[in-house]
Design a protein around this ligand. Structure first.
Ligand code: BES
Ligand code: MN
Ligand code: ZN
Length: 488
């Protein structure tokens, strides 16, 4: 774990902070923010001079440094003033942290660009600052990356928004870490430990089923995938009850496939290492549950993670095998590499059978096809409830995490019916592979629960670097969207 841990507010004037660096902003039409103007006056007009010479244009992420005897000032480009929304603020926060890390600066003070009319904008600033400071260097002994960014003070910010943003971003950093850890570190056992740690920090009941209990409970699909590996599988349930007893709970289900070799239908070797990221759906659930454990909203939320490896062992299940899921449906395995939908079948039928849900969401690196359709920028979504889909899209706009809907029409749903079992784990050939995944999952949600499936196989890692994004590796995308949707 390496990211900014402290984002605090001060109502003192800038001259009284003892941070090494003070950050102010400039917009793309070269107008300075209010504190920017004050600093410019303090420095005898050199900032405006630099701007008039074209040395400082205000483009997003562009920055210049100025000095007096006691201070270092960073002027950060904020882009056009009329497009300065939460996402622009988040990006500015990310850029500031990246400049600080590159300059080996450990503490800084930053003006609250939003002048704090909107709480959510201070939240976005804190998110950007923390997310931009994230580095994954745990496995490199004696790394020479320089010191971490330790503390940021925001001048005249909104304390509540800042704290909330930092807590949410810490959840995202947890998800990035779990995703980036290799399969021999982020095992099902490790995911279970994280769930227990989160549950122990607040009033959240965490139940972990092991291999025997998974079989006993009738989770034949998860058990079937797990039987090819000696690594102990886990079925993790996190029960947060912050709301009234009669408030229907929301279920968050995440694919926790800690390494996907494809099984007997083995994957090609090139880039197979990336299949350590196949648990990024479960990392979303853990990231959200961690943020919830701190923010304690008046909601009831259930996090469920089916977790195992998908390997080839003497006991591994084979193409043609038939498994029985928790809801009693039988599944013909036509490709052991379509294992994510199998373990989710048990998890989705478990939550829908045992709770009367408000709605359910699942997150899964489910299909390579979604990457072909949408690339790394966007998460594919589909579901059974138009109103819930609309709300997901609204939250997506609020948080800047892009989603795009696929249809789950009957024609597609027909394609997962099997000739000798109830369903099969493939659609028709190579066509509409992402929808086939969703159509299969739908069989295990039933008709009574509003549900949206997030196929994060493109967006969970490999994204082009954003100001608040990682250089490479897991992104932790969609956690912010879920927290917005929940209304935390
Ligand atoms: N974890 C993979 C999906 C994946 C592939 C994510 C590439 C990111 C990059 C999933 O378990 C899988 O293997 N899906 C198969 C399904 C197919 C056999 C129907 C796929 O997409 O090839
Ligand atoms: Mn697979
Ligand atoms: Zn997989």
């Amino acid at each position: 774990m390496s990211y900014l841990q402290r984002v605090t507010n001060t109502d003192r004037p800038w001259s009284e902070t003892n941070a090494r660096l003070l950050v102010v902003g400039i917009f793309e039409n070269q107008s300075l923010t209010s504190l920017g103007q004050e600093i410019d006056l303090h420095l005898g007009g050199v900032i405006k001079k630099a701007a008039s010479l074209g040395d400082l244009t205000g483009k997003p992420g562009e920055s210049r440094t100025f000095y007096d005897d006691d201070h270092v000032f960073l002027v950060m480009g904020l882009g056009p003033r009329d497009q300065f929304n939460s996402e622009a603020i988040r990006k500015a926060g990310g850029s500031i942290s990246k400049v600080a890390l590159a300059s080996k600066i450990t503490t800084l003070a930053v003006e609250c660009f939003c002048a704090c009319s909107e709480k959510s904008e201070c939240q976005a600033l804190a998110e950007g600052l923390v997310l931009g400071s994230y580095r994954f260097n745990e496995h490199r002994t004696g790394n020479d990356d320089g010191p971490d960014l330790e503390a940021v003070t925001v001048l005249s910010g909104d304390e509540t928004g800042l704290t909330k943003g930092a807590v949410i971003a810490a959840g995202v950093c947890l998800a990035r870490d779990l995703g980036n850890h290799p399969g021999n570190v982020a095992t099902p056992t490790r995911l279970a430990k994280e769930a227990l740690r989160i549950g122990g920090s607040c009033d959240m009941k965490v139940t972990i089923l092991d291999r025997e209990e998974i079989v006993e409970q009738g989770m034949g699909a998860l058990a079937g995938v797990a039987q090819g590996s000696d690594e102990p599988p886990k079925f993790i349930v996190m029960d947060y009850n912050g709301g009234a007893a009669d408030l229907k709970p929301i279920a968050l289900v995440g694919k926790g496939l800690t390494f996907d070799s494809g099984g007997i239908s083995i994957k090609p070797s090139a880039q197979m290492d990336e299949m350590k990221f196949d648990m990024c759906g479960s990392a979303i659930v853990l990231g959200v549950m961690q943020a919830i454990s701190v923010l304690k909203p008046a909601l009831n939320v259930i996090g469920v993670i089916p977790s195992t490896e998908n390997l080839l062992g003497a006991k591994a299940c084979k193409p043609g095998d038939i498994l029985k899921a928790y809801n009693g449906k039988t599944i013909e395995i036509l490709n052991t590499d379509a294992e994510g939908r199998l373990i989710l079948a048990d998890a989705l039928s478990y939550v829908t059978a045992n709770y009367e849900l408000d709605y359910a969401l699942d997150f899964a690196t489910l299909t390579g096809a979604v990457l072909i359709a949408l690339g790394h920028h966007t998460t594919g979504i589909m579901g059974t409830d138009e109103d819930l889909i609309r709300r997901v899209k609204e939250s997506s706009v609020n948080t800047g995490e892009k989603v795009w809907g696929f249809p789950l029409w009957d024609e597609y749903c027909e394609e997962v019916k099997s000739k000798i079992a109830d369903v099969k784990n493939l659609g028709e050939g190579r066509n509409s592979g992402t929808i086939a995944g969703g159509a299969f999952l739908k069989e295990f949600v039933g008709n009574d629960t509003p549900w949206v499936h997030f196929d994060i196989a493109g967006s969970a890692w490999g994204e082009k670097e954003k100001p608040y994004g990682p250089k490479a590796g897991a992104t932790g995308n969609i956690i912010r969207l879920v927290i917005d949707l929940l209304g935390v």
